[in-house]
Ligand binder design. Sequence first.
Ligand code: TXA
Ligand code: MG
Length: 329
Amino acid sequence: MKTGLETLVLPAGEAGAEAAARTLAAGGLVAFPTETVYGLGADAANATAVAHIYSAKGRPAFNPLIAHVPDLAAARRIGRFDARALKLAEAFWPGPLTLVVPKTDDCPVADLATAGLDTVAIRIPAHPVAEAILRAFGGAVVAPSANISGHVSPTLAAHVESDLAGRIDLIIDGGPVAVGVESTIVGCLNAPMLLRPGGLSRERIEAVLGAPLARPPVEAESDDSQPLAPGMLASHYAPRAMVRLRAQDVAPGEALLAFGPDCLPGQEAAAAVMNLSPAADLDEAAANLFGYLRALDAKAPKAIAVMAIPEQDLGEAINDRLRRAAVAR
Ligand code: TXA
Ligand code: MG
């Protein structure tokens, strides 16, 4: 975990936006105001920076994050919009609406930020400070609310400071936010579906669609295989290969997902070996997790053996995801 950082607080403005863009480009974490709540931003394409978001917030799980972009052209580079998604984007962006759409083939958003899903959540915030930062940076910025996990979302820079000072690089103070609740999330995979009520009312969305929003299936609440629902309900990336946890050796034909400096008996005959973090750094391991699972799965091994990972800091979320991958069939 990144702690003991000196957190700089800057007023919104041209110099603030430039400092924010530089910090993001260097892989740092920047809190900034949007019209809904303050967000904790990182370069969406930088998996290590994304891992630092989770450790700074103390998130219990790798919930997928929202990618923030300054305009529709940037949104269409990362997500595929059907006619209804486009209609909602044109009616409500910039604004407190997040659309979940299929990723483009060359979507630059890190697997960790989408929790390995083939979909991506996107929004254009309606806030001049957020817009200035996004334009100065030039890429997508993933940002959950800028609070410690489990605390209420911050509507003032001072809230961010009291939760995250010492854990993030920069806070841009743009005064109090206007909306105060998070964006409304609509899934646009087939029939538009309300995934999270928020700052934009259902009625206004339905008026534009000319039809009621679909409701997430009730079973979604107990069904981890439902990739539509937000929060803890979002499905992880489930590999095709069997996943064997806390492996202490490697069987012939298995691939190995290693962690730390040690080798396992049988490793030299493995179908493939990737090490999440030879230095046993849990943030680095988190950044590599989904990408490495995908890469090992692509070799079609008999199973993926995974070395034990300590149940501390981001290790808790890593193990949570690995356990789900191990039971998912
Ligand atoms: O107003 C907001 O939306 C704020 C500001 C900073 O933009 N952000 C925010 O982020 O509330 P967060 O991380 O607290 O909530 C993101 C939500 C989660 O419920 C997550 O599960 C959902 O978006 N989400 C993200 N990607 C998804 C996906 N591909 N499919 C389904 N849900 C997704
Ligand atoms: Mg939140």
